[in-house]
Each structure stands twice: as structure tokens, then as C-alpha cells.
Design a binder for this molecule. Structure first.
Ligand code: CU
Length: 138
């Protein structure tokens, strides 16, 4: 009986370890809408989280949907929260230009800090229209 308990415990530990390894997820930013104009990404991020270290964000844009012309987008990492809030791209880092949208730009969360993403197309217009979100992986 004790032996069964021990092996049961070992199996539980093994399952926990496997679940841990598999917990890193790949997330399509925006879900079905992908990375596009007209989606509120702050709301999307709130629903798609929580995010963890090791998770990968996939920014897919351009020619994704039938009947829609490929809109140019890009991906910037904003300098800080204030720049993010104001869609101020000074000091922002370009992560992916419009050509990276197909099949998609992948960003793996490696640091335990707030990451501020935004689209820089249209002199801040896309950002102000909602193409921005923050992620703080745990
Ligand atoms: Cu855009």
C-alpha cells in the first residue's frame, strides 16, 4: 500500500514537471483579428493574460484575411509607460518592420518587467487608435 502511495506521488511530481515545461504558450496577438487597425489591444491583452516568462507573442499582419488588402503595420517596444500612454515613439525600439508580418514576428517574453508594444504606422495614428498594449510577465 505504501509502495502504491509512493509511486503515485512520483507520477504526480512527473506530471507537474511536464505541465511546467509545457506551460510556455504561443499567443497570437489580437486573436482572430491579428495585429490590425480597429482592435482594442489593451482589452485583448487583459483577456489573453496572464503572461509568463517564456511565453511568445506572435504579431501577424499583412494579407491575413481574404478580401482585405494587406495593411502595413510594424511593432515597436516603447521606452516606458509615459511614452506608451502618449504614443510618443521617441526612444522606442523597432522590433519588426512591415515585411515581418507574414507569417509573423515572434517576441518571447524573457524579462520580468512591463513591456509596452505599439504600432508606429501613421505618425502615431495606429497607436492612438488602439494598436498598443502592455504585458507584464510573471
Ligand atoms: Cu498599425
Amino acid at each position: 500500500m505504501a509502495r502504491f502511495l509512493v509511486s503515485g506521488f512520483a507520477i504526480a511530481l512527473l506530471l507537474a514537471a511536464v505541465a511546467n515545461v509545457c506551460s510556455a504558450k504561443s499567443v497570437m496577438v489580437g486573436g482572430r483579428n491579428q495585429w490590425s487597425l480597429g482592435t482594442n489591444y489593451a482589452s485583448w491583452a487583459a483577456g489573453a493574460g496572464p503572461f509568463r516568462i517564456g511565453d511568445t507573442l506572435v504579431f501577424s499582419y499583412g494579407g491575413g484575411r481574404a478580401g482585405k488588402a494587406a495593411a502595413p503595420h510594424n511593432v515597436f517596444l516603447m521606452k516606458d509607460q509615459a511614452h506608451y500612454r502618449n504614443c510618443d515613439f521617441s526612444g522606442a525600439v523597432l522590433l519588426a518592420d512591415p515585411s515581418k508580418g507574414t507569417p509573423g514576428y515572434k517576441f518571447t517574453l524573457k524579462q520580468k518587467k512591463a513591456h509596452y508594444f505599439a504600432c508606429g504606422v501613421g505618425n502615431g495614428f495606429h497607436c492612438q487608435s488602439g494598436m498598443k498594449f502592455a504585458v507584464s510577465p510573471r
